[in-house]
Write a protein that binds this ligand. Structure first.
Ligand SMILES: Cc1cc2nc3c(=O)[nH]c(=O)nc-3n(C[C@H](O)[C@H](O)[C@H](O)COP(=O)(O)OP(=O)(O)OC[C@H]3O[C@@H](n4cnc5c(N)ncnc54)[C@H](O)[C@@H]3O)c2cc1C
Length: 271
């Protein structure tokens, strides 16, 4: 048998989904299944109940209201890439979504699943911290908003607690976004070995490094020039993991390279 036996529910409202998640210990939300089903196959996770979010159309919407772009947790990478709302308000999201894995993964994988799994090699956690995003989380006691900087707590660990559901991700919408993203991947569309996202849109430069710690690391250089960026990355005193793809030293070097590239891209766009 491929998977351990598991109960399955497909709620038709957010209320029902939250009720199911809160009332069953060992219940897990199922979004695109691109991570969850794989870890279930590997027996690294074995939820008792899968709460399939696929009928919750409200969680798929992408809207701009005033100066906020709101992406429902079930918006797929393909949807984000095709969205005119994203295109006019924060196009870097579409550009980075297009770099994730392959067409199959992009058709199924969701922004909510990407951030809730918080794999340190994922593309979106550093990007969303750089953009100053916030996450809306719903539990049995109601809704709360969590800044992206406080959302990622550890490897595969986020502010979404047991029995809670991520509803949406909000990003400041800005007509002249000066954002950039750079990564070094395993193969052309593969997993990131090092990544960095940069935003120069909100005054002081924000650079966020991926793959160097359990959570995205925010650094704020005094200026957006190469020397200041390298100094800020060095000042973060990174202790990245060492593995078959890169030693800790090499990953530290790549973090600085990606940070400089991401800032250069952001600066070019802000001109
Ligand atoms: C071959 C392959 C290559 C990949 N390469 C990359 C890559 O290079 N970069 C990258 O960023 N990602 C990569 N991924 C991961 C991919 O982006 C996944 O789609 C994503 O990490 C999980 O999204 P999902 O919608 O499939 O979530 P699922 O797998 O369904 O769920 C993942 C986790 O999030 C939880 N969850 C999902 N939605 C919610 C919600 N709304 N509220 C609460 N909890 C929720 C689930 O319970 C589960 O624990 C790759 C995946 C594959 C299979």
């Amino acid at each position: 048998m491929l998977l351990r036996e598991v109960e399955y529910a497909r709620p038709s409202s957010v209320d029902e989904a939250v009720r199911l998640l809160a009332s069953h210990e060992g219940a897990r939300a199922l979004a695109g299944g691109q991570t969850l089903v794989n870890v279930m196959k590997a027996r690294a996770a074995s939820p008792d109940v899968l709460v399939d979010l696929s009928r919750l159309d409200d969680l798929r919407s992408i809207t701009v209201s005033g100066d906020t772009l709101q992406l429902g947790a079930m918006a797929t990478y393909t949807q984000i890439m095709a969205s005119s709302e994203v295109d006019v308000s924060r196009p870097i999201l579409a550009e980075v979504a297009a770099q994730i894995a392959d067409v199959q993964v992009r058709n199924r994988g969701t922004i909510g699943g990407n951030v809730c799994s918080n794999d340190p090699t994922n593309h979106l956690p550093p990007l969303l911290v750089a953009l100053g995003a916030s996450m809306t989380v719903r539990g049995a006691d109601g809704e709360r908003s969590v800044p992206a900087e406080e959302f990622f707590l550890g490897v595969y660990l986020t502010a979404v607690g047991e029995g809670e559901l991520l509803l949406s991700v909000s990003v400041p919408a800005t007509a002249n976004a000066a954002d950039g993203f750079a990564s070094i991947t395993i193969g052309r569309d593969g997993t990131c070995i090092a990544s960095a996202a940069a935003s120069l849109s909100e005054g002081a430069p924000r650079i966020v490094l991926g793959c160097v710690d359990a959570v995205p690391i925010l650094v704020t250089p005094a200026a957006a020039d190469e020397v200041s960026v390298r100094e800020a990355v060095a000042g973060a005193e990174l202790e990245p993991p060492s593995d078959v793809h890169a030693s800790a030293d090499y990953r530290r070097h790549l973090a600085a390279v990606c940070a400089v590239r991401a800032v250069e891209q952001a600066a070019d766009r802000g001109r």
